[in-house]
Design a protein around this ligand. Structure first.
Ligand SMILES: [Zn+2]
Length: 413
């Protein structure tokens, strides 16, 4: 479907020099996204507005080549607007990585700026409030009077017609995606999360009611895939496995090495601090370990005792699952200290086993004979994991393959 932009609307961050309108038009891109919930089949949509930052090289990486969550080397901001023009959420990005989150600074209607009173809102700590302008080009054509010679003359001017107040905050845990507004009143909204999903798999826990509510919010956003429907589909499937296994999980906060850990002997996820309860990525990581524990016959504590033979397998399987979901450009299992050549080699492999991020591997043969090669590399170089335990040479990632080949979760937006 082609969408016309007759008013030549473009977006910018900060003050716009009207002499350079063409440049600003090139540096921004507006896309319409339509999502379908694979389970409820409900559809909803939003506008994705990308504004390239000054350091973004448009020649090397044209905005038209970028897609939802396939941000490559993008530097700038990505904002998501509802169909009636409300900013829903957004992200500041540097070289394709989220470095900040953006939220609406004030609730407003899509009335023109001249009718609008902008409120001052106090941003949270470490955050700041800014105003992002929207511009459009208005043209007027004057036709020659009948009987006279001459061509019609068109004159155009640029008009600032709207300002979005944005609170931007540092945030490195974001995924760059659209987070649909909830509330359940809008028939186009995806189904609101089940409030008691966490309770259904939890046993007596060390958390107080407030901490439990914090975790419940993170858990619901895990089940919703933070707005990414492929993730939501997979996370719900994983949750379903844990639920039907009957295993009950404890949740605690304690002094540990790292931000979270899952103990298969006690079926408990332990967080290093209270802030950990809010972290989507920590929950996604540890809950995959819970799923592994329910999937492998005899549980996974057998791989975590004595010589810990099989421990690297469990961690690499988790890391690979995470990387397949995040896409090859963000694949990070080789660790933050990996050499560039190791990183590129691994990312190329993730790209190949997902057919360029369009499908999920479902059979061991889909790994192109290189699964153990990269597992051994992970064991050799991935910081936090290298040298711990022993690689088990006959433990393929069947939990990962099983979740992909029993679901049909890859959705292309
Ligand atoms: Zn782990």
């Amino acid at each position: 479907m082609a969408i016309a932009n007759p008013d030549r609307i473009f977006a910018a961050t900060g003050t716009v020099d009207t002499k350079q309108i063409e440049l600003y038009e090139k540096r921004s891109l507006i896309r319409l996204l339509v999502f379908e919930d694979p389970i409820s089949k409900k559809r909803y949509s939003c506008f994705m507005v990308m504004v390239a930052g000054e350091s973004h090289n448009l020649q090397q990486s044209p905005l038209n080549d970028l897609h939802y969550k396939a941000y490559k080397e993008f530097t700038g901001v990505v904002d998501f607007y509802s169909m009636d023009g409300e900013l829903v959420n957004g992200w500041s990005m540097e070289k394709g990585k989220v470095v900040g989150s953006r939220k609406p600074g004030v609730s407003r209607t899509s009335s023109p700026i001249r009718n609008q009173k902008l409120m001052n809102v106090l941003p949270p700590e470490n955050c700041n409030t800014r105003e992002d302008p929207r511009w459009r080009t208005l043209c007027n054509t004057v036709y020659p009077i009948e009987g006279m010679t001459g061509e019609p003359v068109t004159t155009c001017r640029q008009e600032l017609y709207y300002v979005t107040v944005v609170i931007s905050c540092p945030d490195e845990d974001g995924d760059g995606g659209y987070v649909p507004p909830h509330g359940g009143t809008d028939p186009n909204d995806p189904e609101p999360p089940q409030q008691d999903s966490l309770q259904a798999i939890a046993k007596d826990t060390c958390l107080n009611a407030t901490q439990m509510q914090t975790l419940r919010n993170t858990f619901n956003s895990y089940l919703n895939g933070e707005g990414d429907l492929s993730w939501a589909c997979l996370h719900k499937a994983i949750y379903g496995r844990v639920l039907t296994s009957g295993k009950k999980i404890g949740f605690c906060i304690n002094t540990i090495n790292g931000s979270g850990t899952y103990n298969a002997l006690t079926s408990t996820i332990t967080y290093g601090d209270e802030l950990g309860l809010t972290r989507f990525l920590t929950l996604r990581h540890e809950f995959f370990h819970v799923y592994q524990d329910t999937y492998y016959t005899g549980g996974t504590s057998q791989y975590n005792s004595g010589t810990r033979t099989g421990y690297p397998n469990l961690e690499f399987e988790q890391a690979l699952f995470n990387d397949i979901l995040d896409g090859s450009d963000n694949a990070s299992a080789m660790g933050s200290t990996a050499s560039n050549s190791d990183l590129v080699e691994y990312r190329n492999w993730v790209k190949s086993i997902t057919n360029n991020n369009t499908s999920y591997p479902t059979q061991f043969s889909d790994f192109g004979g290189q699964y153990y090669y990269f597992l051994n590399k992970f064991y050799a170089i991935a910081n936090h994991y290298s040298g711990i335990g022993i690689v088990k040479s006959d433990l393929p990632p069947n939990a990962l393959l099983n979740i992909f080949n029993t679901t049909n979760c890859k959705l292309n937006y």
